[in-house]
Design a protein around this ligand. Structure first.
Ligand code: NDP
Ligand code: ZN
Length: 182
């Protein structure tokens, strides 16, 4: 067994503990950790990603944004490379939501190749969830708007991983059909 597997298992343990009390917003209130695991597994199985630091960062990708995890903690436990990747996909929560959404569109194309792949996997998992297991209180309009917004972000992520892009396109097409968007 190699060092990389140890890093990934440690990331799973850390992320599970940090997200312990959180739930996704689907009707079953699934454990939050399902999502980062899904994103990492999508990178591996769809995107063919074998970069262990990137897979660990995928498992940790929402910890700084959504839990009390700090950059210092991630640096200490996982090192500078993993921290850099997590920070690249972390929104600045001190900004208003509309600004954050706009910034994701504007900054996508400037991200590193590795962060672009992580963002692609995250967006494709989220549009899958929003169309199949949506937050119970979301209107049809809100779901449709999320799909259209994700499309603008993904425009800046293209050219980083053809398989993830093709899977995103499939999810988007099927999601639009399910939401009656033609
Ligand atoms: P949010 O950012 O509020 O919510 C989406 C995020 O929630 C996802 O990116 C995901 O983030 C997380 N999430 C948690 N549970 C789920 C789940 N079951 N399925 C999918 N995602 C989940 O969404 P937006 O603010 O982007 O809203 C979408 C659009 O709707 C926007 O264009 C906005 O303008 C509009 N809007 C409409 C409203 C209304 O109609 N009432 C109110 C507010 C906004 P992560 O990967 O980080 O976990
Ligand atoms: Zn996410």
């Amino acid at each position: 067994m190699n060092e990389g597997l140890g890093l990934i298992l440690k990331a799973m343990r850390f992320s599970a503990e940090k997200h312990n009390d959180q739930r996704r917003r689907d009707s079953k209130s699934s454990p939050y950790i399902n999502h980062p695991i899904q994103v990492a597994e999508t990178l591996w199985s769809v995107g063919g990603v074998r970069d262990e630091a990137l897979l660990a960062a995928a498992i940790l990708h929402d910890t700084i944004e959504d839990t009390d995890a700090t950059p210092e903690e991630i640096r200490r436990e996982f090192g500078e490379d993993v921290l850099g990747l997590v920070l690249e996909v972390t929104d600045d929560k001190s900004l208003p939501k509309e600004i954050r959404k706009q910034l994701q569109i504007e900054t996508a194309s400037h991200k590193s190749l590795r962060a672009k792949q992580l963002k692609l996997a995250d967006k494709l998992c989220n549009i899958h969830d929003i169309t199949r297991f949506p937050p119970a209180d979301w209107s049809l309009k809100r779901k449709q708007e999320y799909l259209l917004w994700s499309e603008k972000v993904v425009k800046g992520l293209r050219g980083s991983n053809p398989e993830l892009e093709a899977r995103y396109d499939e999810e988007l097409r099927e999601g639009k059909r399910l939401l009656g968007m033609g």
